[in-house]
Design a protein around this ligand. Structure first.
Ligand code: 1HN
Length: 349
């Protein structure tokens, strides 16, 4: 594309702009280069939250408000370039949620899709559409659009997870609906583990038809994901940009697990350094195992387990693992692909 240059103004043009302004009109040529950029231009900045630090704030919030009063006791992770907008990237929301022993977060539903990535605790639960799922560290749990969901912690330790939602997308489309359930907890109508047994064994009920756009599996347990990485690792087939990277899928159609949010898990062997990569889906990373650093747009971020960091759209990223590392990530890739926007780039060596 020709390098965009704004036509200059002159008194005659300015007078014309002022005249049409009253009728809510604007000349395209005065704004075109701001709205059609040759490359993505984003206010989103690279950033890393150290879990050790934010965990203290989260536990402190536990003394200020109950999960029931807050509805969801969450500290939002706001991108430093997007403050005040409840966004971790331009299109995604993320927050850290705390459910203390004995607490419950009341049932509700909304058009936004949600994912949970468990950071701390054991055997607290979320109930999604009548099925109770126990949550453990590294589990990836989804709440499809308009699915009733409530959380509870009947264990004796605090439970912390990272929430990822498509809230900015629902706002962008003016398509947000939400409602509370008539009771704090929804009735449990299915056995724990039913959806994983039914849909997570490379089989489907014979006449299965997709009822919704999201995966029929609610919980992708870390144990299984980790074992898959362990087995595949032996093959030594490393992608130069990703190491060994898998995507979470909807087993019924092979697509991503959620309609708007793509999610991934990757393994980098000890001392592996990835080749520079960039893509249009700004990505949130959560370190599960190992230590290392990532260089994003020239800035270095050291990471350790449970740290959360964000890479903006179209900025070069390189990861280097000091020890064998396992990293979860999510982005709006699936939405961009459906809409025809997604692009990726690998640095030529
Ligand atoms: C929500 O429903 C949850 O269910 C967490 O845990 C965070 C942020 C905004 C709107 C709804 C949850 C949320 C949320």
């Amino acid at each position: 594309m020709r390098s965009p240059k704004k036509p200059s103004s002159n008194p005659e043009r300015d007078a014309f702009y002022a005249k049409i302004d009253g009728d809510h009109m604007m000349p395209l040529w005065a704004v075109m280069s701001d709205i059609i950029t040759p490359e993505p231009k984003s206010a989103c900045l690279p950033y890393l939250w150290q879990y050790g630090k934010v965990r203290d704030f989260l536990l402190e919030s536990g003394g200020l408000i109950t999960a029931k009063e807050a509805e969801r006791r969450v500290l939002i992770l706001e991108n430093p370039g997007l403050r005040g907008m409840s966004k971790i990237t331009t299109s995604l929301y993320a927050g850290l949620q705390l459910v203390l022993p004995g607490e419950a977060a009341p049932a509700h539903r909304h058009s936004q899709s949600a994912l949970r990535f468990v950071l701390e605790g054991a055997n607290a639960h979320t109930t999604v559409d009548g099925e109770k799922t126990l949550m453990n560290i590294g589990d990836f749990v989804i709440t499809p659009p308009m699915a009733w969901h409530d959380h509870g912690n009947q264990s004796d330790e605090p439970m912390v997870w990272l929430d990822g939602l498509d809230i900015p997308m629902a706002l962008f489309f003016d398509a947000s609906f939400a409602e509370p359930f008539k009771a704090d907890e929804q009735p449990v109508t299915r056995e724990t583990g039913d959806s994983l047994a039914r849909y997570g064994a490379n089989m489907l009920p014979v006449d299965f038809e997709m009822q919704r756009l999201a995966s029929p599996i609610f919980n992708y347990p870390y144990e299984r994901t980790r074992e898959t990485l362990r087995k595949m690792q032996a093959q030594e087939e490393w992608d130069p940009c990703h190491g060994l990277k898998l995507r979470y899928i909807n087993p019924a159609d092979g697509g991503f697990a959620m309609p708007t949010i793509a999610s991934f898990m990757q393994l980098l062997p000890k001392a592996f350094k990835t080749a520079p990569y960039r893509s249009t889906d700004a990505t949130i990373y959560v370190v599960v195992e190992g230590t290392g650093w990532s260089v994003i747009d020239g800035q270095t971020f050291d990471w350790r387990p449970k740290d959360i960091f964000v890479a903006p759209s179209w900025k070069w990223i390189v990861h280097e693992a000091m020890e064998e590392a396992v990293i979860f990530s999510f982005s709006d890739r699936v939405a961009q692909q459906k809409l025809g926007f997604w692009r990726e780039d690998r640095q030529k060596s």
